[in-house]
Each structure stands twice: as C-alpha cells, then as structure tokens.
Design a protein around this ligand. Structure first.
Ligand code: AHG
Ligand code: MN
Ligand code: MN
Length: 303
C-alpha cells in the first residue's frame, strides 16, 4: 500500500507512515508529561461523549493534533476531544491513512497522580471504520517512567521514552516481542458492582477467586498490567449503559489490535472487538480484553 504525501509528492508506504506517526507521538510525550502538573483542573467544557474535559486533555489534543496532521500520508485525524474528523489532506483508503487518538486516557487520574496515557490507532480506511482496517496501534503510558507500546504487522514492541537534557527525545526498545504471559495473574473491572449485569457479576466472582485485583482507573495503565502479568481487563456492559463506557475508534480497537498481536483476545461480549461495525467515531462498546482463555470464559458467561 503506498500513500502519496500531503502535497502529492513521492508515495509513502504504510510502514513509513506508521513509523512517522509514532515518531511524532514519541516526540510530544515528554512535552505532554511536563505540562501535566499545571493542567490538573477541569477545562469547563464537555467533549462529544458528554464527559468533562480536563485542561490536560485539551493540551495533549492540541499538541498531538498538530504533530499527527503534519505527518505526510495522514489524511484524516479523529480525537476523543473533537466532535468530527479533521481533514489532514490526502484521500484515506486510497493511499492516505486515518489516525484516531485518545489524547489523554484516564485524565481523571490527574488529580490523584495515578497513571494515564495516550492511545493511537492508524487506520487504512475513512473513520468510523472497523478494527480490521487498523494497520498499527499503540499507546504512551505516563507511569513512574514514560513508555510507548507499538503494534504493527511485525508484532508488539515496548520502548522507554525520555527527554534529553538538550530537549531531544531518546527512545530505547526494552521489549521487541511483547507477548501476554501464559499464566494470568491480574484483573481489573470498571464500573460499579451494583451496575454490573448478573452474568458479568457471576464471572467476576470466579475471577476474583483466581486472580489479583489491579484496577487503576486508566485503561492504558490497567491494560499494560494485563500485558505485563497476564490476566483480563474489562469495562463491561452495565445495566443502565449496555454499550459500556469506552469508545471503539480510539480506545477499544487500538487496545484490541495490540493485545491480539501479543497473543490475547478482545471481545464486546459477543464478537471480536475488531469486527464491531461502528456508526460514529465516538461510539461506545463494552470491552473485555486479555488472555484468550479468560476472554472465552467471559463470552460463555454472557451467552
Ligand atoms: P478518558 O479519561 O479518556 O475519558 O478515559 C477514561 C476511561 C478509561 O481510561 C478507564 O478505563 C475508565 O474511563 C475508567 O472509568 P471509571 O472512572 O468509571 O472507572
Ligand atoms: Mn480514554
Ligand atoms: Mn481521554
């Protein structure tokens, strides 16, 4: 697949566009991290999902939007913090790519100083698209250190991203073939227990007897624990919110793409997340993701 650059110059292939997108994401990471201490307050606005937006959300969205739309081969940009797609030049699906991001996932953790991050999906089709149109996905995790996980056709890698003294950004690959451990250890389930369905509650009771609770309120941090230790993360369908909370285009699809390439599975409770057909770029979907055996048990429990 080749992608003409924004001004119709030499075509770029998927690999070089994906590389340039994650170079841009990595370049902004230290700047976003450094800006967080001063942006732990509500902005006073709501986003397309009707959720309160933090100052950190807006800053990350602005920085990442500028950096990603400037990449040759990116034709369209979608963000949790923007109602509609931004035209970045180039026909998506005919050589240009669409990038969907959650600029700051888990921003409610800003006040409590817990982990949060950025989620990125690179699609080879106009959005909203199914996860089968993803050509790459990744996330930045702002924990005690800043890491970036990137998945593409070659597999899943983890990098440490650091700001150099001279303002440069240094990246080092610490795992070049990230795989889910075979023996699961942790679980993290979102929502309030009284809002869970009876079927999910019964499943959760089984898992609670088998695994250790690791729920931090930011999907990227909780999924990173599952990728590191093995297990399952879920933001389930709720009694009064059957579509759950997480958005397909820039949360569930990229995470499903990554975890599947690390040897795991991801479902909305019935079908693979990557097969869910969205109507809009802010569509919500229940997400159950992690070790395949645990995901299969979940699907049977909800059946
Ligand atoms: P965001 O900050 O991008 O809106 O995402 C928050 C999401 C996700 O990161 C996390 O798994 C979930 O919200 C936590 O929801 P609860 O606060 O209901 O646990
Ligand atoms: Mn999020
Ligand atoms: Mn967010």
């Amino acid at each position: 697949m080749t992608a003409p650059d924004a001004d119709g110059g030499d075509p770029a292939d998927a690999g070089s566009v994906v590389e340039a997108v994650f170079d841009a994401v990595a370049e902004t990471a230290p700047e976003i991290r450094a800006a967080l201490p001063g942006r732990r307050v509500k902005s006073g606005t709501e986003n397309a999902s009707g959720e309160s937006v933090m100052a950190g959300d807006l800053y990350a969205d602005e920085l990442l939007g500028d950096a990603i739309t400037a990449v040759d081969g990116v034709g369209s940009f979608v963000s949790e913090e923007r109602e509609a797609a931004v035209d970045a030049g180039g026909a998506v699906g005919e050589g240009a790519y669409a990038v969907a991001i959650d600029p700051l996932d888990g921003s409610s953790n800003l006040r409590s100083n817990n982990a949060m991050g950025t989620v990125v999906g690179v699609y080879d089709a106009p959005l909203p698209a199914t996860g089968r149109d993803l050509v790459a996905a990744g996330y930045v995790l702002y924990g005690p250190i800043t890491t970036m996980v990137v998945a593409d056709d070659d597999g899943v890698r983890e990098e440490v991203v650091e700001a150099g003294a001279d303002g440069s950004v240094s990246r080092s690959v610490v795992e070049d073939n990230l795989r889910l451990p075979d023996d699961p250890l942790v679980y993290g389930f979102g929502g309030r227990v009284p809002d869970w369905t009876d079927e999910f509650t019964a499943y959760a009771r089984e898992i609670e007897d088998e695994l250790k609770l690791r729920y931090g309120g930011a999907m990227v941090g909780d999924v990173n624990q599952v990728l590191t230790y093995g297990g399952i993360f879920a933001y389930p369908a709720l009694v009064d919110a059957p579509d759950g909370k997480l958005r397909l285009s820039f949360e569930a699809n990229p995470i499903a793409y990554i975890v599947e390439r690390a040897g795991g599975a991801a479902t909305d409770g019935e079908v693979d997340i990557l097969d869910v057909e969205p109507e809009g770029v802010h569509d919500r979907v229940p997400l159950y993701v992690g070790n395949e055996e645990l995901v299969e048990r979940l699907k049977a429990a909800l059946d």
